[in-house]
Design a protein around this ligand. Structure first.
Ligand code: IMP
Ligand code: MG
Length: 217
């Protein structure tokens, strides 16, 4: 099987951006928006989205690290780059690439809410509700997808593929699976046995490559 299988081609992605922007323009008519992107994954989605917004917009970014270890979402979120803008009294739209367990966004929503915004809404490009660990519903959602590990349009696997214009299901190659199994048998943690350019260990098809999970920002 090909490593990358197209799930959402570029034209579908762009059609959705126009739909989302139209809804946001309507909902925020007469207001000013502070759009906050969660780095790095949301950078392309946010760039496309804000270019279609007609209300006055200020942009800012926050960078977080979501995962405590390679494969399990810990719920512990570390802020790597904080906001430059003041949130108090502003209409905030938090932009995310994909919601998986929801732990990252739960944390960030609480973090922003504590700073007293006039309003706070969440806009995600993709949503994997099947893996949710906390009750979190985005206000704006591009697509709901099954539990695939996906790349492209800002989303990465070990920092690669973010530049692809569409969304692709990541299927690890047979060689990589074998490498992963061998390493598990030897009990070698992936950090110590640096993978070749594309060789990433896979523990389970559903959870996606551990390298990718580890870099879950
Ligand atoms: P959550 O806290 O489990 O909701 O984690 C969400 C973050 O994990 C996203 O911002 C992504 O960076 C990353 N992530 C979750 N699923 C995928 C995927 O399928 N591909 C790439 N990154 C993902
Ligand atoms: Mg992210």
């Amino acid at each position: 099987m090909e490593k990358l299988e197209c799930l959402l081609p570029e034209d579908q992605v762009q059609t959705k951006i126009r739909e989302l922007a139209a809804r946001i323009n309507k909902d925020y008519a007469g207001k000013e928006l502070l759009v906050i992107g969660i780095l790095r994954g949301a950078f392309i989605f946010m760039a496309d989205l804000v270019r279609r917004l007609e209300v006055p917009v200020t942009v800012d970014f926050i960078a977080v690290s979501s995962y405590g270890d390679e494969t399990q979402s810990s719920g512990i979120v570390r802020i790597l780059k904080d906001l430059d803008e003041n949130v108090t009294g502003r209409h905030v739209l938090l932009v995310e690439d994909i919601i998986d367990t929801g732990l990252t966004l739960r944390y960030l929503c609480d973090y922003l809410q504590a700073r007293g915004p006039a309003s706070l809404r969440v806009c995600t490009f993709l949503d994997k509700p099947g893996r949710r660990k906390v009750d979190l519903q985005p206000d704006y959602r591009g697509f709901t997808i099954p539990d695939y590990f996906v790349v492209g349009y800002g989303l990465d696997c070990a920092q690669r593929y973010r530049n692809l214009p569409g969304i692709y299901i990541y299927n690890p190659g047979e060689k990589e699976k074998i490498r992963g199994e061998e390493k598990e048998e030897r009990g070698v943690p992936p950090e110590e046995d640096k993978p070749s350019e594309q060789a990433v260990e896979v523990r389970s098809r559903e959870r996606g490559p551990s390298e990718c999970r580890k870099n879950g920002i």
